[in-house]
Design a protein around this ligand. Structure first.
Ligand SMILES: *Cc1c(COP(=O)(O)O)cnc(C)c1O
Length: 363
């Protein structure tokens, strides 16, 4: 770890791979071949075009993306996608939403402004502790799509298998577990992720969309909110956040070439989560894990301590030891360790040791 840097468990914006930050630093003033910073050159230049193509190319390789899927980079993070998917594909009709937690609820809230949203399952009554089984979903025969949130960042629960939705187009908000493990992309009609959790800076989202869907896009949408316009213009209808796309290209290159792909990163992510969940299970009288075991997220680990005053002390001591960003989301309290792709195993090990020591001095 570079001097002065801490283990950053922040939920988002969140940790980025150090080699990526170093490379960006090296290239900040003079990007090779440009004689200027990436931030200072045209988004239509050859240099930037190569960066954009490299990002897309890495994604294609990482996900084994078939030719009939397009990749775009959109402004507004994942939140704008809540609206964009509804404006493009709900459009006065009906869509099914699986309500697994805070982010799924937000997606539904935005979609309701554009049509009928059917909540086909809700975990609210159980305080969002688990992922539903496919048999529990009450799908609508006439839904235009089914939307789910593959990882609930705030509650710390994650789908490890896609919901079965027959021949309905499956849409997914994968903001907080995107590229954390291999997926069968052909099960998805549309998958999107805000960049700030696993692949880059905040304010940009990546969207992967099956091309046949584009035929359904209605006329008259604002150009930047129209998937057809975005795809046809290769994300360059207006000036995109070139800096964000540049950092994303470096992160994707890191996952592909330094880590070695999604099987590899999954293996590492499993180990990382395990070492923390092991402490929660070993001291289950002290650490109260929020998620049911089979739904436990590998990206966001949520837990409480026996009292709020202990939680406060825990967070203060952790920060003092260089373990930052462990406070739970303001809506649920408690603690949360976000351990995205860029969090090294050493960070998780350090946290697990800290947790063990903390119980021993307070348990
Ligand atoms: C963070 C997050 C969002 C919102 O992302 P923004 O970049 O703030 O728009 C949406 N969905 C999930 C699952 C998230 O984790």
């Amino acid at each position: 770890m570079l001097p002065g840097r801490v283990f950053n468990f922040s939920a988002g914006p969140s940790v980025l791979p150090e080699p990526v930050l170093q490379k960006a630093q090296e290239e900040l003033l003079v990007y090779p071949g440009a004689g200027a910073s990436i931030m200072e050159i045209s988004h239509r230049s050859k240099v930037f075009e190569k960066i954009l193509e490299s990002a897309k190319d890495s994604l294609r390789k990482l996900l084994n993306l078939p030719r009939n899927y397009s990749i775009i980079f959109t402004p507004g993070g994942a939140t704008l996608q809540f609206s964009m998917i509804a404006m493009n594909f709900l459009n006065g009709g009906k869509a099914d939403y699986i309500n697994t937690g805070s982010w799924a609820s937000k997606a539904m809230g935005e979609a309701k402004k554009h049509g009928e949203v059917v909540e086909v399952w809700s975990g609210k009554g159980e305080n969002y502790r688990r992922i539903p089984k496919s048999e529990e979903l009450r799908l609508s025969p006439d839904a235009k799509y089914v939307h789910f949130t593959s990882n609930e960042t705030i509650q710390g629960i994650e789908f490890f298998e896609e919901p079965e939705v027959g021949d309905k187009p499956l849409f997914c908000d994968a903001s907080s577990d995107f590229l954390s493990r291999p997926i069968d992309i052909t099960k998805y009609a549309l998958i999107y992720a805000g960049a700030q959790k696993n692949i880059g800076p905040s304010g940009t989202a990546v969207v992967i969309i099956r091309e046949d869907l584009l035929e359904r896009v209605p006329n008259g949408l604002p150009s930047l909110l129209d998937y057809k316009v975005m795809v046809e213009n290769n994300s360059l209808y207006n000036t995109p956040s070139t800096w964000n796309i540049y950092i994303i290209s470096l992160v994707l290159d890191w996952v592909l070439n330094s880590v070695g792909g999604l099987e590899k990163i999954e293996e590492i992510n499993k180990k990382k989560a395990q070492v923390i969940y092991d402490v929660i299970d070993k001291y289950s009288e002290f650490y109260l894990g929020h998620a049911e075991k089979t739904s436990r997220s590998r990206m966001n680990i949520t837990f409480r301590l026996p009292s709020e005053s202990l939680e406060k002390e825990f967070l203060e001591k952790a920060t003092a030891e260089g373990l930052h960003g462990l406070k739970g989301h303001r809506s649920v309290g408690g603690c949360r360790a976000s351990i995205y792709n860029a969090m090294p195993y050493e960070g998780c090990l350090a946290l697990s040791k800290f947790m063990e020591d903390f119980v021993k001095s307070h348990g």
